[in-house]
Design a protein around this ligand. Structure first.
Ligand SMILES: Nc1ncnc2c1ncn2[C@@H]1O[C@H](COP(=O)(O)OP(=O)(O)O)[C@@H](O)[C@H]1O
Ligand SMILES: [Mg+2]
Length: 212
């Protein structure tokens, strides 16, 4: 694909990039690939490699502000070490999750009360990585998209499905407030609720298909 020349072409190119990155995430989640710092960079690369190759899969080398947010992302010189730290913390959290019995929820028949606890752990890890990436804001652009796809990787890997968080109009405030709530108070509940709602939306579709 040739480099976009107009705003319209750029939007189209980015949309294609997000679709490509979502497919990449789904494919990796259903393979043996581990999610780590390298994979987060690859997700970003998949989004931007056509439209903005200079930033695709690379950490930012300038300082940014997030519009309408009180959170100031860390100085660009800190990004690489913070992402490295994220990778280590993630590895530890994944090991804890893997120990949990019955965490791969392939067999719907086996869903029981115990599994709901496991599902919650998966949702919490998805919320954690999602917020962590937006908080560090490691990229020049596309931090939200990369964070949401990394969150989806966790959901897909552990037997759930990827979701689409609504970020248009009034939903955008709710979403940004949910992220800010973690920044301010380490309170993940609003973000966990948004992810849970996204899952309910997806599974509602499944239910309708089966019972109609
Ligand atoms: N208070 C906040 N703290 C951390 N991240 C935030 C906050 N508010 C918004 N964000 C994140 O920043 C993203 C915008 O950053 P940006 O790099 O432009 O991502 P994208 O281009 O994918 O929208 C939002 O989509 C959201 O995920
Ligand atoms: Mg943006």
């Amino acid at each position: 694909m040739k480099r976009p020349q107009t705003e319209r072409e750029l939007q189209k190119g980015e949309a294609i990039g997000v679709i490509r990155a979502s497919r990449f995430v789904r494919k990796c989640a259903h393979s043996h690939r581990e999610i780590n710092e390298g994979l987060i960079l690859e997700i970003h690369r998949e989004i931007f490699k056509d439209v903005w190759p200079e930033i695709a899969g690379k950490y930012r080398d300038e300082n940014l502000e997030i519009s309408k947010s009180k959170h100031l992302p860390p100085h660009h010189s800190k990004v690489s070490s913070l992402m490295n730290e994220l990778g280590k913390e993630l590895k530890q959290k994944l090991e804890e999750l893997n120990i949990a019995e019955g965490i791969i929820l392939d067999v719907v028949d086996n869903l029981n009360e115990k599994t709901f606890e496991e599902i919650e752990k998966v949702i919490r890890l998805s919320a954690w990585i999602h917020h962590k990436i937006t908080h560090i804001h490691p990229f020049r652009e596309g931090n939200g998209r990369t964070a949401r796809l990394a969150g989806n990787f966790i959901l897909e890997r552990y037997g759930l499905v990827g979701i689409s968080i609504k970020i248009e109009k009034e939903n955008k405030n709710q979403y940004c407030n949910a992220l800010a709530q973690v920044d301010k108070f380490e309170d993940y509940e609003p973000l966990v609720a948004l992810i849970s709602d996204g899952l309910i939306d997806r599974y509602h579709g499944v239910t309708m298909k089966h019972y109609n």
